[in-house]
Design a protein around this ligand. Structure first.
Ligand code: TYD
Length: 165
């Protein structure tokens, strides 16, 4: 089944100069990159992305982590597209807990648990098709993805927008 999945290289990945290593590992999937962007993560975006975890004790630290407060770095967001994209990417990422993740997975190789108990696990990848749709629509606008993944509509914008001069 052709699928799309959202990947985030988290601020610890950028801080540790792991972007290249992570993309190289992901290239093993032979999937297509159909969108890529460096994102300054707002609290609103962070809260929406992790909304299912809002009752967890680690939620506030998780928001600070993804917003780059601990590493003073941004997030690289990508959309990968192709056959069984979700499962292929999750397999290379490894388990959520970097200490339990397969040592050759991305999280097993590069992740750690901080003394505060936050899992700094370098990468996010959508867990299923429903999450992928919700997450891709949060992180990207249709014009910034090179294939049509979901239905779109055209709106006349009331607010001024910056364009190239
Ligand atoms: P979750 O969505 O459960 O896992 P995944 O990222 O594998 O889909 O959790 C989201 C993030 O929350 C996870 O990547 C790291 C963080 N986290 C913790 O810091 N501590 C925890 O105990 C859990 C379960 C997650």
């Amino acid at each position: 089944m052709i699928q799309q999945t959202l990947i985030l290289i988290k601020p610890d990945g950028l801080k540790k100069s792991l972007t290249g290593n992570v993309l190289t590992r992901l290239s093993e999937t032979k999937l297509d990159i159909v969108a890529a962007s460096i994102v300054k993560v707002s609290r609103d975006l962070a809260e929406k992305h992790y909304m299912s975890l809002k009752d967890k004790p680690f939620f506030d630290d998780l928001l600070k982590y993804i917003m780059g407060e601990y590493h003073k770095k941004k997030v690289m967001a990508l959309v990968y597209w192709g056959e069984d994209a979700i499962q292929k990417v999750r397999a290379i990422c490894g388990s959520t807990n970097p200490e339990e993740a397969d040592p050759v997975s991305i999280r097993g190789s590069y992740g750690r648990i901080t003394t505060k108990g936050v899992y700094e696990n370098v990468i996010h990848a959508s867990a299923n098709e429903q999450d992928a749709e919700r997450e891709i629509k949060l992180w990207f606008q249709p014009d910034n993805i090179i294939v049509d993944l979901y239905p779109t509509k055209t709106v006349k914008e009331a607010t001024p927008r910056r364009v190239w001069a």
